[in-house]
Design a protein around this ligand. Structure first.
Ligand code: BV8
Length: 237
């Protein structure tokens, strides 16, 4: 490895938060094993039973509020702070552990647990409190039109203009803790490669799209990522 990377783009998934004690989606004890996606994570589910979907996300909030960043989050924050180049994080996670670790350039493409969006005026309410079918929008004053600011299946992703620009510019693409089954995020590696980036997969095991990566580092990212960041920082000294 050498210090020639100018634009590092990191894609993270639920696996990076696993060592902070947060459940992933598709592992053995994952969220989708205890809830049906069609009941809680599709726009049809929200239209069918908004109170139930609000409650599903409200119930998640206390644990995510309490969760602490682990060494993988902290390593990425250190990289952004100390690396002589651009470091951006595109995360599929709705937790705020990257921000708690000190990362500044974080794009939540699947939304954020501590946000709700008003379907009347489109503006975002930041809150860790419960949001429900009665919640009033602080911007337009209308009640009952708030939706969790979570990107459900069938909804388009957030920040895609920014992500497209980052993917076309990056020369190092690092994927951390994602099973590579949800699109379009699982296809980002292909776009980065097309634009000439070197691609690394950091995961507990080979992800579904592992064949698209140049390099693979398997193991707990709380252990593997800090050493990778150390090498990157050493390479520019
Ligand atoms: C869209 C919100 C279009 C809720 C989520 C058929 C084929 C291909 C695609 C599709 C298809 N049919 C439909 C689609 C599109 C669909 C999709 O991809 N479906 C898949 C399932 C087939 N995608 C969409 O609908 C997207 N929207 O395409 O819109 C469009 C365009 C224009 C206009 C209108 C519409 C929306 C996708 C977002 C959906 N929302 N969640 C919530 O988050 O609560 S997705 C959900 O999965 C989460 O957001 C999560 O972030 C995401 C990905 O999961 P992972 O983060 O990868 O987590 P997972 O548990 O799967 O894996 C964890 C990994 O970590 C594992 O590999 C494990 O080994 C590893 N790990 C564990 N511990 C560690 C570790 N690694 C390292 N260290 C450890 N310690």
């Amino acid at each position: 490895m050498n210090g020639q990377y100018k634009h590092i783009l990191v894609l993270t998934g639920a696996g990076i938060s696993a060592e902070s004690g947060l459940a992933t989606f598709r592992d053995a004890d994952g969220l989708w094993n205890n809830h049906k996606v069609d009941d809680v994570a599709t726009i049809e589910a929200f239209e069918r039973n908004p109170a139930f979907v609000h409650q599903f996300y409200n119930d998640m909030k206390p644990e995510l509020l309490k969760a602490k960043p682990n060494s993988a989050h902290l390593a990425l924050a250190k990289l952004e702070k100390e690396y002589a180049g651009e470091v951006n994080i595109v995360t599929q996670n709705v937790d705020t552990l990257h921000e708690k670790a000190g990362s500044q350039k974080v794009y939540h493409i699947h939304g954020q647990i501590n946000q709700a969006v008003c379907l009347n005026c489109g503006r975002v309410l930041e809150t860790w409190d419960d949001v429900d079918t009665q919640t009033r929008c602080p911007h337009c004053g209308i009640s009952g039109m708030m939706k969790p600011n979570i990107v459900f299946f069938g909804e388009s992703l957030l920040y895609m203009d920014k992500v497209t620009q980052l993917l076309s510019n990056c020369d190092l693409f690092v994927s951390v803790g994602t099973s590579g089954v949800v699109y379009p995020a699982a296809g980002f590696v292909q776009t980065a490669k097309y634009h000439g980036a070197k691609t690394y997969e950091f995961n507990l095991e080979a992800a579904s799209n592992n064949y698209l990566f140049n390099e693979h580092v398997y193991g707990k990212c709380g252990e593997t990522l800090p050493s990778f960041v150390y090498e990157l920082l050493e390479s520019v000294k």
